[in-house]
Design a protein. Structure first.
Length: 169
């Protein structure tokens, strides 16, 4: 929670993806900071939504389980097919492996941003230096480097660096 507190003090934190079984206190703390809490693979009481693999049947089942008032996010990797299936099945966002292979040299994040109305998340962790390559692809959301979990100072540094770099664009 100290890392999350430091990250929120350093910049805009929209959401967090947590593992199943996360303590309700952690969920409530994140939500008190206006952060949407998503749980991997299963809906958990108190959470804002669930993050699943992007197979159509998985997204459909998740949507059915959580209803229309909760978030369903889908990880499509570098698959256009799974990204389209997830969007059609009712995902609220599609998360993509921005460093994966692109079709015809076009990055999947750029393709998704141009093709979909739902938000596109560049899901592989990034540092500020990675934004020169990533931002022209127009992701709606990015995932900070996992180094932010090394402690509050690291969280503050990572989010500050990203925020400052984003302001330069």
């Amino acid at each position: 929670m100290a890392c999350l507190e430091a990250a929120c003090g350093a910049g805009d934190v929209a959401s967090i993806l947590l593992p199943p079984g996360t303590a309700r206190e952690t969920i409530a703390f994140a939500q008190s900071k206006a952060i949407a809490v998503l749980i991997s693979d299963t809906m958990q009481p108190g959470a804002d939504g669930v993050h699943v693999e992007a197979a159509a049947e998985t997204v459909t089942a998740a949507r059915r389980a959580v209803g229309q008032d909760r978030i369903v996010g889908a990880f499509a990797g570098s698959s256009r097919h799974f990204a389209m299936e997830a969007a059609e099945a009712g995902a609220d966002y599609v998360a993509l492996a921005q460093n994966g292979p692109g079709v015809g040299g076009e990055p999947i994040v750029k393709w998704c941003s141009a093709f979909f109305e739902i938000p596109c998340v560049a899901f592989e962790p990034v540092e500020a230096a990675d934004l020169d390559t990533l931002l022209p692809q127009s992701p709606d959301f990015i995932r900070p480097s996992d180094a932010m979990w090394d402690g509050p100072d690291a969280a503050r540094r990572v989010v500050t660096d990203l925020t400052q770099r984003l302001k330069q664009t």
